[in-house]
Write a protein that binds this ligand. Structure first.
Ligand code: CA2
Length: 151
């Protein structure tokens, strides 16, 4: 099975800025850990980051027929992007929303996720481990009789 990991704006800065909020782990460290877990679970992964909303939409659209599951940390676009929501809904690939921080314990504007209603579920607040939990969740999403499809 193939899982596409997508990372949104500013996540390329992880480990370099605001370590008190997001920790000292870099996105490259996270990718390396995700690859280890994926190998153990016999999952193939692709791991990408973009600061551009349109690029993320293009990747989601192109995932059709290529990937079984999408895992997305849409970063700030989580709270603003109808375009990402529409793309996730349109491709119909089971999608898992993830966050490093617990968005519900932060500012009010982070409590609302525009993509959550079209995702299978949300993993939020476990730091870099949210990504590892997402690899494990991907395997289970795919094992569901309906392939994890929703609405
Ligand atoms: O907790 C998460 O994973 C977030 O998706 C991170 C986003 C934030 O807008 C979401 O509400 C929650 C921010 C990513 C920015 O990452 C930075 C990393 C280092 C320095 C500055 C920003």
């Amino acid at each position: 099975m193939k899982v596409l990991f997508l990372n949104g704006p500013n996540l390329n800065l992880l480990g370099q800025r605001e370590p008190e909020v997001y920790g000292r782990t870099t996105l490259a460290d996270i990718e390396a850990n995700v690859r280890k877990e994926a190998k153990a679970l016999k999952v193939e992964i692709d791991f990408r980051q973009s600061n551009l909303e349109g690029q993320l939409v293009d990747w989601i659209q192109a995932a059709k027929g290529e990937f079984d599951v999408i895992v997305i940390n849409a970063a700030a676009y989580t709270h603003t992007s109808i375009a990402l929501r529409d793309a996730i809904s349109a491709v119909g690939i089971p999608t898992i929303e993830i966050h490093l921080s617990n968005v519900h314990a932060r500012e009010k504007f982070r409590h609302k996720s525009l993509i959550a209603p079209v995702c299978c579920g949300q993993i939020t607040g476990f730091g870099a481990n949210s990504y590892i939990l997402a690899v494990q969740a991907s395997v289970n999403v795919n094992a569901k009789p309906d392939g994890g499809k929703k609405r």
